[in-house]
Design a binder for this molecule. Structure first.
Ligand SMILES: [Mg+2]
Length: 274
C-alpha cells in the first residue's frame, strides 16, 4: 500500500468541514479515523473563537493544534510535539502564539471609525439577534461572542462604504476580511500566516518537508489555499468559488460543505490508501 507521507491538512470549518446550516461534519468525519491511523493531522483553521474550537475539537476527537479567529492565534496542546519550541505563551491551559491584536484594540478602532457606517458588531448583538443571524443557540451564542482578537461585523451598508472602512483599517494596521456571514475586523494577519507558522514549527521539530493540503470555501481561505501544495475549494450553495492565485492545481469540489470535503480528501489523499 502506497501512502501519502508527511501531509498536514488545514481546514476551514463553516461551509467546508461543517455544513453551513446544520454545523454537522457528516460524511467528512467518517474519514478522521483513517487519517489518524495514517498519521495525517487535521488542523482546524477558522474564524471561530477559542471556546467554539474547544467544543468542536472535543466532539470530533481532534487533538491537534488549532487556529482561531482567522489566523489571529495558534493554540498548541501542552503535550504536542512543538510545545517545547520558542515564542509560545501559556493561555487557557494551552500554549499559544498570537499573530493578531487584542479585541480591545479592535473595539477602540470600531468605536472611533465605525460610527459613519451601518453594521452590527457580533459582540454587541443580543442573544436573540445573534441566534437569528448565526443559527446558533444558547451557550453557543456566548461562545461565538467570546472574541479575543477580532470583531465580526454584519454589514448593512454599501460596498463603497465597506471599501472605505477597509482602507481606514489598513491605515491603522488592521484588516477587514470577508467571511461567510460576516466581515471580520482583525489584526494584520490571516489564516495563511498562522498555517505557515505552524508548518515551519513542524518542519523544524521533525526535520521533514511536510506537504500541505488546505480546504476552504470563502475569500478568507484564499491565501491559506494559495500557499498549499493541494488547495481545495469547497463548493458553496451561498456563493461562487473565490478567486485564488496559485501555481498548484486547484481541486474544486462537485459537492458542497462536508460532502465536498469528503470527496476531495477521498480523491486526493486516500485514493492511494483505500
Ligand atoms: Mg467557510
Amino acid at each position: 500500500m502506497r501512502c501519502m507521507k508527511d501531509l498536514i491538512i488545514f481546514t476551514d470549518l463553516d461551509g467546508s468541514l461543517l455544513d453551513d446550516e446544520t454545523y454537522r461534519a457528516s460524511p467528512a468525519d467518517s474519514l478522521f479515523e483513517t487519517l489518524n491511523t495514517q498519521g495525517i493531522p487535521v488542523v482546524f483553521n477558522s474564524s471561530k473563537t477559542f471556546p467554539e474550537m474547544l467544543k468542536i475539537r472535543r466532539s470530533m476527537g481532534n487533538h491537534q493544534p488549532f487556529v482561531v479567529e482567522n489566523g489571529s492565534a495558534v493554540y498548541v496542546p501542552l503535550d504536542h510535539e512543538i510545545a517545547g519550541t520558542k515564542g509560545l505563551e501559556p493561555a487557557h491551559s494551552y500554549l499559544r502564539c498570537v499573530l493578531g491584536v487584542s479585541h480591545q484594540r479592535i473595539k477602540d478602532f470600531v468605536n472611533s471609525a465605525g460610527e459613519a457606517f451601518k453594521y452590527t458588531a457580533l459582540t454587541q448583538m443580543s442573544e436573540a439577534e445573534c441566534a437569528s443571524v448565526t443559527g446558533l443557540s444558547g451557550y453557543d451564542v456566548l461562545m461565538a461572542q467570546t472574541r479575543e482578537f477580532s470583531e465580526p461585523l454584519l454589514w448593512r451598508d454599501s460596498e463603497a462604504s465597506l471599501k472605505k472602512l477597509s482602507d481606514m483599517a489598513l491605515s491603522e494596521g488592521l484588516r477587514l476580511v470577508m467571511g461567510g456571514r460576516f466581515v471580520h475586523l482583525m489584526g494584520d494577519t490571516d489564516k495563511n500566516l498562522a498555517q505557515r507558522w505552524l508548518v515551519n514549527r513542524m518542519r523544524l521539530v521533525h526535520e521533514k518537508d511536510y506537504k500541505i493540503m488546505a480546504l476552504g470555501d470563502s475569500e478568507n481561505d484564499a491565501q491559506m489555499l494559495a500557499d498549499a501544495d493541494y488547495p481545495v475549494l469547497i463548493r458553496s450553495e451561498r456563493h461562487g468559488f473565490p478567486d485564488i492565485e496559485t501555481k498548484s492545481p486547484v481541486y474544486r469540489t462537485k459537492r458542497t460543505g462536508p460532502s465536498g470535503w469528503y470527496e476531495a480528501v477521498r480523491t486526493i489523499v486516500l485514493r492511494e490508501l483505500i
